[in-house]
Design a protein around this ligand. Structure first.
Ligand code: FEO
Length: 404
């Protein structure tokens, strides 16, 4: 795919990674894109680079517009390798270009590359760059996604180049939101936004709120948001900002995710009457079996639901390994505004259900107790108890949901 003009003389010159399925452990079922942008002005300016595997593609895209040696400024909004790992190849083509980067970005870049011959300008929030027709404003966004991160606002184009924020791991032929208007594709895009937020940005809700407030306070007029992954928000940039604010404020669906694993199908057997109990209370429910679904899918489904039930058999008095792994991963994402409960089967001592509640407490989740556990295999009496457990949980989820 060649360069795509997104605003007058501003081009997408990135790469589409159709094949990636494992993005440092995050299973990217839809692939991804590495977006970078070229401003054709008196001073030709490149914003971000791409993952090293795609350096050739991005350089070809730039060559479609101009010889890379003409680039005068390179803005590095974020130094994670999916965006910066081809900077050395770019610098080899335009060694006199000035790199505009935050202080934390420079510190990291010095560890990743031999930067001794490169020219730098360290920037902070409020600093600007005039490229001729365009005036660029830098806005630091530390921890969105790394300490080095910043965004670049192109004033005359009303364009916010937002690096990871507002992105999605979503490879597609279309570059813009208005190319995803059918029911199915719009839903797919929404799901990709939530998937990305859940797996990458869940810990940073408070920061997201304060950074959006700061941007709003600056009074920037924004009619396009161009992230470093996925599609560009052209038709309705307010939509993605509102989606982020909603997620950061704890809004989600009134639904339940049952996330479980099983050894000999006993814990699995419990999921069905529990699910039925939830459904009979009028609440939608998704069931995810760990080891049959990617971890990142389980995280997304947790995030999309107000309530979560964890099902785990007991093994050696503790949680089943895949369930322990899920809870450990979830804990790092610092979940909030969700209610959780646990169930499971055991053979003699038990321990898994208690282990799940211990993890919920450490995470500070709202808790529904007591959990339910069955010895060896659920009897028909146990199944009735599971059904009632599901109903009671659903009632609590509905009650808790009203707070948001
Ligand atoms: Fe897409 Fe934090 O890198």
């Amino acid at each position: 795919m060649n360069a795509v003009e997104i605003k007058s003389n501003i081009y997408w010159v990135g790469a589409i990674d159709w094949g990636i399925r494992d993005f440092h452990g995050y299973i990217t079922q839809n692939g991804t894109t590495y977006n970078n942008y070229l401003i054709m002005d008196e001073q030709v300016t490149l914003l971000d680079t791409v993952k090293y595997d795609f350096a050739g593609t991005a350089i070809d895209n730039i060559k479609h517009i101009i010889e890379p040696s003409k680039i005068k400024n390179i803005i590095i909004n974020h130094i994670e390798p999916d965006h910066v790992s081809s900077i050395d190849k770019i610098m080899a083509l335009t060694p006199d270009a000035v790199i505009h980067i935050t202080a934390m970005g420079k510190k990291g870049l010095d560890r990743l590359f031999d930067t001794s011959a490169w020219k730098f300008r360290i920037v902070k929030t409020g600093d600007t760059l005039n490229t001729g027709r365009y005036n660029l404003l830098f806005i630091e966004t530390p921890m969105l996604h790394w300490p080095d991160s910043m965004m670049t606002y192109v004033k005359e184009a009303r364009l916010l180049i937002s690096q990871d924020a507002f992105g999605q791991h979503f490879a597609s032929a279309g570059r813009f939101d208005d190319e995803f208007l059918s029911c199915f594709s719009a839903a797919e895009l929404d799901d990709a936004v939530k998937d990305y937020y859940a797996n990458i940005l869940m810990p940073f809700g408070k920061l997201i709120k304060s950074k959006i407030a700061e941007i709003q306070k600056l009074g920037l007029e924004i009619d396009m948001i161009a992230p470093d992954h996925g599609i560009i928000w052209r038709k309705d940039p307010a939509k993605i900002i509102n989606m982020y604010l909603d997620m950061a404020n704890g809004k989600t669906d009134l639904s339940v995710a049952i996330i479980y694993d099983t050894m000999w199908h006993s814990t699995e057997q419990m999921t069905l009457p529990i699910m039925q109990g939830i459904k009979d209370e009028g609440i939608d429910c998704r069931v995810i079996k760990l080891r049959s679904a990617p971890m990142s899918t389980a995280i997304k489904e947790f995030w999309k639901a107000r309530g979560c039930l964890i099902g785990s058999p007991t093994i050696n008095n503790i949680l089943f390994p895949s369930v322990a792994e899920f809870l450990s991963h979830l804990s790092g994402l610092r979940p909030a505004n969700r209610i959780a409960g646990a169930f499971g089967s055991y053979g003699w001592g038990g321990g898994a259900v208690k282990g799940a509640y211990d993890e919920f407490r450490k995470m500070g989740l709202e808790i529904f107790e007591p959990g339910i556990q069955v010895l060896y295999k659920a009897s028909s009496e146990d199944e009735k108890k599971c059904y009632e457990f599901g109903r009671e949980f659903a009632k609590k989820v509905r009650e808790y949901h009203e707070k948001f």
